[in-house]
Design a protein around this ligand. Structure first.
Ligand code: BES
Ligand code: MN
Ligand code: ZN
Length: 496
């Protein structure tokens, strides 16, 4: 979808559709009031029928409204005027995009970015229009040989601001919204791509292509390099697969030379069968999403590169498959991590932590100001938090606060769980420094405790995105989370 910013009268827009808001209690937004005047009270009569009650998410489509240049008027409920907040605003935007999608219309003008949202300015409102429109019109149809016989959908959306003096702020919001939408959509594409296409090699190629198009530095370490580094834990996961592992290292260097980087680490298991501790068959296809941590790191790099964020950021992506085979790691095997710590593998399905721990050790060489790892790490996190919040763990309270705040700001929330030493003994092993599992109780916490043992040298946080990175069922698909949270966090770190 193409977006543009304009300031103009709603009744004069020659579009297939103009979109205006109405509040509960039959109250017009300014744009709706203008249409009502132009149409001699036509809209007021419609509101009096009660066919649209103004509740957030309600819509009503009108054709050939007198005195209005556009062919259609879409009324969108915004709830109670005084209560219009971030949530209800996004709900209204989503409903508007959905209604537009069912029209055989090519271009529309929306006036929803003119309505006042509590504590939010025009740039924010415009960015939301762009993000929500991109998010709700996203489709993954690469492998569909016939195009669905649906409507073409809106190709151009003009986002109106109330005054000419708002245009500059609107343009800034447009830029922010587009950058984030591009990052989210990239992460979704990588997540949704079938696992016979989305291999570690493919992820490495994508990282290289992104670096080329967006001015990043990239290095891809091959199996021999990974061996040289002594990443025995990472190598233990990949050894049952015919796909070669990769360690992708990305750098966005737009901060001062002296500034320490923020390091993002993303779990890149392109398919998780569980290995010898094989997973049950039901829904196993969803384990193609086990690289969504990696995808969110790549998506975030795309967004911050498009924003030209003045910050130094390093991305580290360990990527491989977890397969059962004659050469695969067995339960009982002992691996030696890059840190020197030894690990008894009691369950080969707890593989995420095994590739991440070596990436966390590798992160030390960048002398980071902070390290944030992102991983579809535990089914237990889905049980704890469901699909609404990502799990957050940190060895530094101020970093945890920043990430929680970024999640709130971006409406991509996380919830902090404890990382107390009380849980650490669950990882005790009789035969190595630690086991790779800690039993059923507090499974997400013991997974985070495992990682914490490799993240002692810097401020570190871990996001468990097992419940938030994709949706199951009829709407199966990647969400692009937590690209919004991470992008917001980095914007804050860059002082923006
Ligand atoms: N990738 C999975 C976690 C996962 C499972 C995410 C289901 C979303 C849905 C991870 O590698 C895994 O298998 N974890 C195990 C750990 C267990 C063996 C300690 C799990 O959660 O069952
Ligand atoms: Mn697993
Ligand atoms: Zn996994």
């Amino acid at each position: 979808m193409e977006f543009s910013i304009k300031s103009g009268a709603p009744e004069k827009q020659r579009k297939d559709c103009v979109v205006v808001g109405v509040f509960e209690a039959r109250k017009f937004s300014d744009a709706a009031a203008a249409l009502d005047r132009a149409s001699d009270g036509y809209l007021g009569n419609i509101l009096r029928t009660g066919d649209i009650d103004g509740k957030p998410g309600s819509t009503l489509l009108l054709h050939s409204v007198p005195g209005v240049a556009a062919g259609r008027v879409l009324l969108v409920g915004l709830g109670k005027e005084r209560e219009l907040n971030e949530r209800s605003y996004r709900q209204a935007l989503r409903a508007a995009v959905k209604a537009l999608g069912s029209l055989d219309a090519a271009d529309a003008a929306t006036f929803l970015a003119e309505v006042p949202v509590k504590k939010r300015d025009v740039a924010w409102r415009v960015a939301q229009v762009v993000e929500v429109a991109a998010d709700s019109t996203y489709r993954f149809d690469r492998f569909k040989t016939k195009t669905a016989n649906g409507k073409k959908g809106i190709a151009k959306l003009q986002v109106h601001v109330a005054q000419r003096s708002d245009v500059a702020a609107g343009e800034a919001g447009l830029r922010q919204g587009k950058a984030l939408a591009a990052g989210v959509s990239f992460a979704k594409d990588l997540g949704n791509l079938a696992p016979n296409y989305c291999t570690p090699t493919y992820l490495a190629e994508q990282a290289k292509a992104l670096s080329k198009s967006h001015g990043l530095q990239v290095e891809v370490l091959e199996k021999a390099d990974i061996e040289k580094l002594g990443m025995g834990s990472f190598l233990g996961v990949t050894q049952g697969s015919v796909q070669p592992p990769k360690l992708i290292v990305l750098q966005h260097k737009k901060g001062k030379k002296s500034q320490k980087p923020v390091v993002l680490v993303g779990k890149g298991i392109t398919f998780d069968t569980g290995g010898i501790s094989l997973k049950p068959g039901a829904d196993m296809d969803e384990m193609k999403y086990d690289m969504c941590g990696a995808a969110s790191v790549l998506g975030t790099f795309k967004a911050i590169a498009e924003l030209d964020l003045p910050l130094n950021v390093v991305g580290i992506i360990p990527t491989c498959e977890n397969m059962p085979d004659g050469n695969a790691t067995r339960p009982g095997d002992v691996l030696t991590s890059m840190s020197g710590q030894t690990i008894e593998v009691l369950n080969t399905d707890a593989e995420g932590r095994l590739i991440l721990c070596d990436a966390l050790t590798y992160a030390e060489r960048f002398e980071p100001q902070a390290v944030v790892d992102v991983a579809t790490l535990t089914g237990a996190c889905v049980i704890a938090l469901g699909h609404h919040a990502s799990g957050l763990f940190s060895n530094k309270d101020s970093l945890a606060e920043e990430l929680l705040e970024a999640g709130n700001e971006a409406q991509d929330r996380a919830w902090r769980l404890p990382l107390w030493d009380d849980y650490q003994p669950q990882l005790d092993s009789n035969f190595a420094d630690m086991a790779n599992i800690g039993g059923r109780a507090g499974g997400s916490i013991t997974a985070a405790c495992f990682l914490s043992r490799f993240a002692k040298k810097y401020d570190w946080a871990h996001l468990d995105i097992a419940g938030t990175a994709w949706k199951s069922g009829k709407e199966k698909g990647a969400t692009g989370r937590p690209v919004p949270l991470l992008t917001e966090f980095l914007k804050q770190r860059a002082g923006q």
